[in-house]
Ligand binder design. Structure first.
Ligand SMILES: [Zn+2]
Length: 326
């Protein structure tokens, strides 16, 4: 009996030894594989060796990392360039998050408030006042009184106009925090990212060149806004070297030839250009030279004066555009 027991124990020890050996071999194989993958990713110049090669698995085919936020984007970003005549008013929606860049003039303020409500917006993460001119801030007082806002982005200007005073009073009444824009500043907007491009602090005194410029990125798609920034501010942005290339560019200063220089247009190299301007406006916006310049860059032009409100939707990898008219 004892002998059999010993024999049994002996074969048990043997099996245990064989199992340990197999385990060692497996561990060695796994270790070698990990080392091999690490070396391959190092040789292929991956930014994050090893983990980079699993990029497609961890990110997923339908998810694209958003710039700045470092997170993946879900759903879509909807950008509505409202037809507010010879003025600017753009509404951006990213999931539950909402943002407005300029509010049009005072004459369309009630229309803007109604349009925002019909888009299903009840509060804003950000309201950007690009500069102190009436065609950009005239409607913002009514918007700030009608909707809660977390943050208002604007730069204090030396402007004692009544409308600018009314806008500043509305910001105070609203209780939103104020962020002073600085080039390079990054902000999170849902799964989208905002990067401020201008104005460079107190370089310019004239209001147009003090315009807040910003890039909104959702997945692979980029939307560029420069308010009424003119040649001088465009040069400054080019000098700063922040990325300006965009899929959709709202033409600077309603398509004026005092903005949208060749160098800036080439740097932006947009696929689509949206011009916010009024039918038969007294400035002749958009100027034909500017339209020709963008067409030479193979951009497709959309205009609020002839097409009405322009809506751009993106899932982060593709874009679709609809217009109110035409
Ligand atoms: Zn303007």
């Amino acid at each position: 009996m004892a002998g059999r027991k010993v024999q049994k124990r002996g074969s048990y020890q043997k099996r245990k030894g064989q199992r340990r050996e197999r385990m060692r071999q497996r561990l060695f194989m796994v270790g070698s594989l990990v080392l091999l993958l690490f070396l391959i990713s190092l040789l292929s110049g991956e930014e994050k060796p090893f983990f980079g090669i699993f990029g497609d698995w961890t990110v997923g085919a339908d998810r694209v990392p958003g710039e700045g936020s470092g997170s993946a984007c879900e759903g879509e970003l909807v950008v509505t360039y409202l037809d507010v005549g010879q003025a600017d008013c753009t509404v951006l929606q990213c999931g539950e998050h909402a943002m407005m860049i300029d509010g049009g003039g005072r004459s369309t303020s009630e229309e803007v408030v109604s349009a925002v409500k019909s888009l299903g917006i009840t509060k804003f993460d950000y309201i950007v006042a690009t500069h102190s001119h009436e065609d950009h801030i005239g409607g913002l007082g009514a918007v700030l009184d009608a909707f809660a806002a977390e943050t208002v982005i604007f730069r204090q200007e030396e402007n004692d106009s009544k409308i600018y005073g009314q806008f500043q009073d509305a910001v105070k009444r609203n209780g939103a925090q104020v962020i002073v824009p600085k080039p390079g500043l990054s902000l999170t907007f849902g799964d989208a990212a905002i990067r401020i491009l201008a104005p460079d602090d107190s370089v310019f005194k004239e209001a147009n060149n003090c315009s807040v410029a910003l890039m909104v990125t959702f997945g692979e798609k980029k939307f560029l806004f420069t308010g009424d920034a003119e040649e001088e501010s465009e040069e400054q942005m080019l000098m700063l070297g922040l990325p300006l290339e965009a899929d959709v560019f709202q033409a600077g200063h309603h398509g004026s030839q005092t903005s949208n220089t060749q160098a800036f247009a080439e740097a932006a190299d947009p696929v689509y250009v949206v011009v916010s301007c009024g039918e038969g406006n007294e400035y002749g916006h958009p100027h034909s030279e500017v339209i020709a310049r963008f067409e030479e860059l193979d951009a497709q032009i959309y205009r609020t004066d002839t097409m009405g409100t322009v809506t751009v939707r993106t899932d982060g990898s593709s874009l679709s555009i609809t217009t109110q008219r035409k």
